[in-house]
Design a protein around this ligand. Structure first.
Ligand code: ATP
Length: 299
């Protein structure tokens, strides 16, 4: 595992509300520059997880560290912009006045307001009262508030909830533009297609438990992912790299994990290895189980 650019490490985090176990021993690692989706149905523990890492809620057990620091310093917290549940704005104040209040809370100057309004395409409404905005605009203002102070990381909880298709597209464009600018994104959503469109990595949650995590390509894509090993994993990996059997191969806990090229099956991989004098001692398809987990989630 590459720990040098790990931005957030969550270890065995648990939290209950009375008898309800909202998250159970959740462990995750998020790297700089990733667009990371927390995907799961309602009640799977996404908001609880985000609230803990944003410092709004205390966990019962487990730890997390931002930037390798546990707990994060107030200075480090300023690098994290979050929008969790509905943003609270004053209906009769203008967008600018509302953002000024948030600048005061964040203890930063007002000079960032024009930039964040520009980035969320709300500049023209700067002097409008909050209550006159469409739902999509209100949500974008929430993102604008999170962007004040230019944090390196954006934590967003279901930012497209309740919006019409146009509003969803506008919020999505706003979020994707931030990812393209290099921000690290942590996005909770119950919509598979939203995570697929925006995120590079995903963790699937159900009943507070982690079902799977990895790159979106690996977990949600059509290609089959297999894990396997032989006596000389690194040599096999090297020759597979130049074959047309796999798209890519990596090493994970002593096993090789490959994404097969479209149309290839694990039997093709086995045959290729055998023809090159490698005897595969362990071979298991990961796609089926992950897909099964996922279908279970979205049904
Ligand atoms: P949603 O998208 O519906 O908010 P979620 O995936 O974000 O779902 P959480 O909001 O984290 O999930 O909820 C996880 C579990 O904890 C659910 O069973 C929920 O009912 C419960 N829960 C969350 N907040 C509270 C609370 N304040 N008091 C009691 N139970 C709670």
């Amino acid at each position: 595992m590459n720990t040098t650019n790990t931005i957030l490490e969550i270890r065995q985090l648990s939290r209950s509300y009375r008898s309800v176990k909202a998250i159970r021993e959740l462990s995750l690692s998020i790297n700089a520059g990733q667009a990371f989706g927390l995907l799961g149905p309602n009640g799977s523990g996404k908001t609880t997880t985000l609230s803990i890492i944003a410092g709004i809620l205390k966990q019962d057990a487990g730890t997390y560290s931002w930037f390798g620091e546990d707990p994060p310093t107030p200075q480090q917290r300023t690098k994290i912009g979050s929008l969790i549940e509905n943003p609270h704005f004053y209906p009769y104040l203008t967008l600018e006045q509302n953002l000024k209040i948030i600048c005061e809370i964040k203890q930063i100057g007002y000079n960032d307001i024009d930039r964040v309004l520009e980035e969320t395409k709300l500049s023209e409404r700067k002097k409008s009262r909050f209550k006159t905005l469409s739902l999509g605009m209100k949500q974008r203002l929430g993102i604008a508030a999170a962007l004040l102070g230019d944090p390196q990381i954006l934590v967003l909880d279901e930012p497209t909830n309740g919006l019409d298709p146009e509003g969803i597209a506008e919020v999505r464009d706003t979020v994707m533009a931030q990812v393209e600018k290099g921000k690290t994104l942590i996005l909770a959503s119950h919509i598979l297609s939203e995570v697929e469109k925006i995120c590079s990595h995903v963790a699937i949650l159900k009943n507070g438990e982690l079902l799977a995590s990895g790159s979106v390509e690996e977990i949600l894509a059509e290609e089959e992912v297999v894990e396997f090993s032989c006596a000389e994993n690194e040599k096999l990996k090297a020759i597979l790299q130049n074959s047309d059997i796999v798209l890519h191969t990596r090493t994970e806990n002593g096993l090789l994990v490959a994404t097969l090229a479209p149309g290839m099956q694990s039997s093709d991989l086995n045959k290729f290895a055998f023809e090159n004098l490698f005897v595969i001692t362990h071979l298991r398809s990961r796609k089926k189980s992950l897909e099964a987990h996922f279908l279970e989630l979205v049904k």
